[in-house]
Ligand binder design. Structure first.
Ligand code: NCD
Length: 323
């Protein structure tokens, strides 16, 4: 991917970050979002070195608490913590007392007694991560709560776009697919809106949540119309696990009208990039030839994910927990 043009703070000197937790993009000021993206630039450079480490979290303990299955987000947070020198513990819920009926708050109290410095939490219920953050004495990072928010995904998406396009403000980003059930869409709309990006959502009516016109600049139900002139095409997975009942007639029909293939992508700008947070349903929302094609930046998103999570850990921890 093209190298980032120079950003403020490349030197590594950032002012203390005022937040203790990262629960929602909605809690961040515009300058805090830019600060995290700039910190992440430095982390990209560290991650491309032979020795991929910084000592900023040495002596600190990070617990990854995932109540929902995850491959990329959990391993990304694990690598991020380890590159910064933290002791990282992965608590999978299947092996924890939660499967024996312990409540979220009891789990929080137990983990809190182990004196972690940061909890990275994914939960299927919107609001669960915020609740947990009120019960513990350490920083809490939301790694996805129900259909509410997934702030580090939005940050890594913004970083990927900024690196490919050289800017964010003034671009047009089309977010396509299962908007109603997507925490990725919500966090992205909040973040991109705060950075003066023109946002579009493109989906069948049944996959658009009420009030979406207050979050997105434009709303489309026709994919070709929605892609016209877009600089970025962000595809979303059909979230079967969160959809109540059938929201689409069939997966085949969905692909016919909303799947991203070469012909449809031709409606976007010729230099448009294609994104997907993963995991992808190939042949459902995206043609494999596009997912693996020259305009796809999906693997760059994964790389940016580690950098952004390093930046968030770096921002939240040292400012608070200095001895
Ligand atoms: C997303 C999630 O979990 O919300 N994936 C991810 O973080 N890698 C999107 C999705 O599951 O479709």
């Amino acid at each position: 991917m093209p190298q980032q043009t120079s950003q403020a703070g490349q030197s590594g000197d950032f002012p203390p970050f005022a937040q203790r937790h990262l629960i929602s993009i909605a809690d961040l000021q515009q300058h805090e979002i830019v600060d995290l993206l700039d910190r992440a630039e430095r982390m990209i450079a560290i991650s491309r070195q032979e020795r991929k480490s910084l000592p900023t979290l040495t002596g600190k303990t990070q617990i990854n608490l995932f109540f929902e299955p995850s491959t990329r987000t959990q391993s990304s947070f694990e690598i991020a913590g380890k590159r910064l020198g933290a002791l990282v513990v992965n608590m999978s819920v299947k092996t924890s007392s939660v499967s024996k009926g312990e409540t979220l708050v009891d789990t929080a109290a137990t983990l809190n007694a182990m004196r972690p410095d940061v909890l990275v939490v994914r939960h299927s219920a919107a609001g669960a991560v915020e609740l947990l953050s009120q019960k513990v004495g350490c920083s809490v990072i939301n790694a996805g709560d129900g259909a509410h928010e997934h702030p580090t995904q939005a940050l890594l998406d913004a970083l990927t776009i900024r690196n490919h396009k050289g800017r964010l403000a003034g671009l047009t980003v089309a977010i396509c697919g299962d908007i109603a059930n997507s925490r990725v869409a919500r966090s992205n709309l909040l973040l991109l809106g705060a950075l003066n990006v023109r946002t579009r959502v493109v989906a069948p009516r049944t996959l658009l949540p009420a009030g979406i016109e207050n979050l997105a600049t434009e709303v489309f139900t026709d994919m070709e119309e929605g892609l016209k002139g877009a600089d970025v095409v962000m595809m979303l997975r059909l979230q079967h696990e969160r959809a109540n009942g059938k929201m689409i007639p069939s997966v085949r029909e969905y692909y016919r009208f909303y799947g991203l293939d070469e012909a449809r992508l031709a409606h976007a700008r010729p230099d448009a990039i294609v994104m997907h947070p993963g995991p992808m349903n190939r042949g459902v929302e995206i043609d494999p030839a596009i997912a693996d094609g020259p305009r796809s930046v999906i693997t760059d998103q994964v790389e940016m994910g580690v950098a952004v999570r390093m930046a968030v850990l770096d921002a939240l921890l040292p400012a608070r927990n200095q001895p």
